[in-house]
Design a protein around this ligand. Sequence first.
Ligand code: TYD
Length: 203
Amino acid sequence: MLFVTFEGPEGAGKTTAIMGVFDALIDRGIPAIITREPGSGSFGKKVRELLLDSGEINPRSELFLFLADRANHVDTIVRPALAAGKVVLCDRYADSTVVYQGYARGMDIDNLRALNEMATGGLSPQLTFLLDLAPEIGLARLTKKDRIDSESLEFHQMVRNGFLAEAKLEPKRWKVLDSTLPAEEIVENILEELLLQKILNSK
Ligand code: TYD
């Protein structure tokens, strides 16, 4: 049982990387699931729509919707999968709240950490991959922009810097990857890290 999260600014290619890692795990007979925040399960899908495609929301409502989604996601999807011995690959988690609502929106970071603790019941990932990318490149990769994608370049710069700052605070958990590398290389780097951490055995 291992909980791995993937974080990064918009357009960093998290989805492609996660799918590549998932296929490699399944190939090796390691049970795994892919999940994401916001938007997993039927409750999560509704919250995601409220968050990203329902017009303006004030920052506190936005925060509590992300937390509501997280609390439900952890209990109904993440913990049961871990208890069943699966590797959980999660696209965004509590760090996104610290970075987007804290570093970028300016809400108090210590409060956000405490709220995350409450929402997750204290469940933290063992490993977090940061797919780092300059926002100019990431935003240009998007074909469609939701409410948060449409924030200013400065906002997305604060997001990038926030992730890099968080990664520095906990270097054992965070692995920073250059998202301009080809997708296969990114997947290889992630698998190497999982090997190092003895999550994978060499084939
Ligand atoms: P994501 O699924 O990465 O978007 P997309 O499907 O467009 O790639 O994330 C949704 C958006 O929500 C993204 O802009 C980051 C933001 N977000 C927060 O602001 N706080 C959070 O706690 C989470 C989980 C996401």
